[in-house]
Design a protein around this ligand. Structure first.
Ligand code: GL9
Length: 842
């Protein structure tokens, strides 16, 4: 059976008698969801409310009603979920195990309604009971179990795998607290814990009965086994339990529901007794808390791993649970583990789950009696590694001291993997000890530590980057020694985004317009958006397209007014920069443009009638310990406030920085945007995925030649994209020559004016010291060369203004951005993973 089933089962009764009709007696147990009618839905809802929650409708709170609504929708997915699982059990084939420490899922209700096509029925049912459907939907707190692009990518991928009916399972961590909630106090970021479970968790299914034990610490020893063989084993010091929580991952209206299995840590009895329980009850309870800390909170790091012990505990915890779950529970009993690669390929989402490699070796050898050679032979076929960065400081390394203390058996295994690997290197490159040192899995300086990217590259079947340029730089600059040894190990899979959430759900009006124009089905065959191209010159279509964009902008204005008390002007270009706050992404470059525009207007350098009015929107969280990122947030808020209070400019510009940018807000912001800011220094943004979402929703991009921008520009066409800035080789050359930002400041009057104005205290209540951290860094360090790209950026923004004045030309470009971005569906990414990594033909 192929992975991409030819006959995709449909939601309706055609599932019966299809190729996937379950055959075993157990599988035929009737699992029937509630009736797909308004009355059927209303009845199921009341059953949930009355009999499950024990609440009368009359006395119920909005939270009660939200929970009952969620459980009702979930009930409609249940039959498909059980059927999908059974079908897979009956016909075991190779599966994808997606190992990811993050899943930035976003709200579940809208997606579940879309997957089941129950939106209208649910709304009418709620109305029939006198309830406000939209108010109930707004109650949901999104599961923010990820930091940014990497976590959201995982969520898009599992959506695509379900929509394409690929046998797969997502494994991760059920953090009790997801990414922090951001608030601003006097313009500065303040983090509030994200208690996303506080209202109840209607989308998850806990299975405490299926707990898995995970060991830590202790020592290893040599012993003689029953057959007289000398072997080694682990004598751990403590352990915790992993409790699986199951989440449904519904495919798009195809009757498929896959599983996401997230692990939660719980103390074990053994743990309490062995270490702490010497009659000290209070101490035993404290131990409980200690164990449960492991899945307590998501580390809010962006690309700079802090190397904390708890983080390594998290990584090993979820990986150990997942491998054990797969081998002991998912595989048939007695499956011959030397053929494990026929049943699973684990995709490692960055280095976070790479400890799975020595864990697999340990399981096969210590728990399943395999010899080293056989275990290695199969382990190296069961993992593939995706790298998501180019920043050297983002590559995880774990001190040998810590690894030995926490996972002594794994450290031994890593040493042996490395020994054999370095023999291979020496054989291929005799006498090249410098190369051996560079490639070693163990770094010596500044401290002995395990290089997780090297380990993943040694053991993985394939290593991929996440956009064409990134994969090239990954191969040629980040891991060139490995590419010289194994050129065929390296490949590219350009990221993608799910069109279900990011077009159908986020932009319903555009979706209707598309379906009215090219017919249904594009949601699962996104290249079909090409059929819109001829309509780029169709007056009726472009008028409707403009109206959709305007409606989305109006809706956003009312959302920001209600959510944040931000009042935005009615007619202005909407210029949006949303992403994590990081210096390489260059929110400061955007800020310099805004200050420059402000300065041009207030100094009378431009005539007011020549100004194209703009609304700038930022959304960004800073890692709590990232000083400069937090200073940049403060400065953006300061500039926003000053501009809002300056009557000389309020009719021409506004800056909005709604707090707590997340998936929910993204879904409202992106469809409204005219201009998408993708302005990282070339060679630093591995891919970006926001850039794709904007293009698919008809925003034009102003961007550097970086990450997936390169491919967006190639596809939509030069004339529909505003390119600026140095190319990556130019960046490298400038860095080699020695970069002095102050020389750009001295020689560029517009830049000098903007920086001087920022530095003057004009935006910070007259206090120069408040702007100094950011300004001084730009002038004297500017690691990401914002000043070097400033003039080019300004010129590109002038081209944006000119283009925006031509309403028809702009709309045409926007339509072409939509029509030509079908490539960026995560369905296509999944097909590429299947063809290039998971199931290559050759
Ligand atoms: C990232 C890259 O920086 C992005 O360019 C890329 O699009 C995504 C997904 O491949 O991965 N790597 C990374 O560490 N993050 C990314 O967004 N950071 C966060 O997720 C916070």
């Amino acid at each position: 059976a192929g992975w991409l089933a030819d006959e995709t089962p449909r939601l309706d009764s055609s599932v019966k008698g299809s190729a996937f009709e379950p055959t075993s007696p157990r599988a035929t147990e009737p699992v029937v969801g509630p009736e797909r009618t308004v009355d059927g839905f209303a009845k199921a809802f009341l059953d949930e409310l009355n009999f499950e929650a024990g609440v009368a409708l009359k006395r119920s709170t909005t939270t009660d009603q939200y929970l009952a609504l969620a459980r009702t929708i979930r009930g409609y997915l249940m039959a498909d979920w059980l059927r999908t699982a059974e079908r897979r059990r009956q016909n075991p084939t190779k599966m994808v195990g997606y190992l990811s420490a993050e899943y930035l899922l976003g709200r579940q209700m809208g997606n579940s309604l879309l997957a089941t096509d129950l939106g209208d029925i649910a709304e009418q049912a709620m109305t029939s009971l006198g309830l406000d459907f939209n108010l109930l939907r707004a109650q949901e707190i999104e599961p923010g179990l990820g930091n940014g692009g990497l976590g959201r990518l995982a969520a898009c991928f599992i959506d695509s795998l379900a929509s394409m009916d690929v046998p797969s399972i997502g494994y991760g961590i059920r953090y009790e607290y997801g990414i922090f909630r951001q608030t601003f106090e006097e313009g500065r970021q303040v983090e509030v814990p994200d208690a996303w479970l506080s209202l109840g968790a209607p989308w998850e299914f806990p299975h405490p009965d299926r707990a898995v034990q995970v060991n830590f610490g202790g020592t290893t020893e040599q012993y003689i086994d029953g057959d007289g063989r000398t072997r080694r084993r682990w004598l751990p010091a403590w352990n915790v339990q992993g409790i699986p929580y199951h989440y449904m991952v519904p495919g798009y209206q195809n009757g498929v529901v896959n599983t996401l299995r997230l692990w939660s840590a719980r103390a074990t009895q053994e743990f309490d007794l062995k270490i702490f329980n010497s009659g000290d009850y209070a101490e035993a309870v404290r131990a409980q808390t200690f164990a449960e800390n492991i899945s307590k909170v998501l580390y809010p790091e962006d690309s700079t791993p802090q190397g904390r012990e708890l983080r390594l505990q998290q990584q090993y915890f979820f990986v150990a649970c997942s491998l054990k779950d797969f081998i002991d529970r998912t595989l048939e009993e007695d499956f011959d583990l030397t053929r494990l690669d026929e049943r699973i390929i684990f995709q490692l989402n960055d280095t976070h789950p790479v400890i799975a490699i020595p864990e697999m070796m340990r399981l096969l050898m210590d728990e399943h009696d395999m010899e080293w050679a056989a275990a290695w032979e199969v382990t190296r076929k069961c993992f593939a590694y995706t790298c998501h960065t180019l920043l050297p400081e983002a590559l995880e390394v774990w001190p040998v001291e810590l690894m030995t203390r926490l996972l002594p058996r794994h450290m031994e295994i890593i040493y042996r993997i490395n020994e054999e690997f370095l023999d291979t290197v020496r054989e291929a490159f005799p006498g090249d000890e410098l190369r051996v040192r560079r490639m070693s899995v163990i770094q010596e300086h500044p401290e002995r530590a395990v290089r997780m990217a090297n380990l993943a590259t040694v053991a993985g079947v394939k290593v991929n980057g996440v956009a064409a340029l990134h994969s090239e730089l990954l191969r040629d600059k980040l891991l060139p020694d490995f590419a010289a040894l194994w050129p065929n190990k390296f490949t590219n899979v350009t990221n993608g985004v799910t069109p279900r959430r990011f077009i159908r759900l986020a932009n319903q009006q555009l979706s209707t317009l598309i379906t009215d124009t090219i017919g249904p089905g594009w949601e699962t065959d996104l290249e079909r958006l090409r059929e819109l191209e001829p309509y780029a010159d169709d007056a009726a279509f472009t008028e409707s397209f403009r109206q959709v964009k305007q409606a989305n902008k109006d809706r956003l204005r009312s959302i920001l007014s209600q959510r944040d008390g931000i009042e935005l002007p009615e007619h202005a270009m909407l210029d949006v920069m949303v992403k994590r706050l990081h210096e390489y992404k260059r929110q400061t470059l955007k800020l310099l443009h805004i200050v420059s525009m402000y300065d041009d207007i207030t100094s009378g350098r431009v005539r007011r009638e020549d100004v194209v009015p703009r609304t700038f929107v930022f959304g960004a969280k800073a890692a709590p310990g990232y000083f400069m990122a937090k200073e940049i947030i403060f400065l953006i808020n300061s500039v926003a406030k000053t501009i809002a209070q300056d009557p000389r400019v309020t009719d021409l510009m506004a800056v909005a920085f709604p707090a707590n940018y997340n998936v929910t807000l993204a879904n409202k912001l992106i469809p409204a945007a005219d201009l998408s800011e993708q302005i990282s220094l070339a060679g630093k943004e591995a891919s970006g995925t926001g850039n794709m979402k904007f293009a698919l929703n008809g925003a034009l991009t102003i961007g550097t030649d970086d990450g997936a921008n390169v491919e967006i520009r190639e596809l939509v066409g030069d004339e529909n994209f505003f390119l600026f800035g140095m190319l990556e080789p130019e960046v490298a050359a400038l860095a080699d020559r020695g970069y002095t930002p102050s020389s750009f400041y001295e020689s560029n009057p517009a830049l000098k004016r903007a920086i001087d104005l920022l530095a003057s205290g004009h935006f910070t209540g007259g206090d120069r010291s408040l702007a100094a951290p950011v300004v001084d860094d730009l002038l004297y360090k500017d690691r990401f060369m914002a000043l070097a790209d400033f003039q080019s950026y300004l010129d590109a923004q002038a081209r944006v203004d000119a283009a925006y004045r031509d309403v028809d030309g702009w709309t045409r470009s926007a339509v072409l951005n939509v029509a030509r971005s079908g490539f960026f569906s995560s369905d296509r990414s999944m097909r590429d993973y299947l063809d290039r990594i998971w199931m290559p033909k050759s």
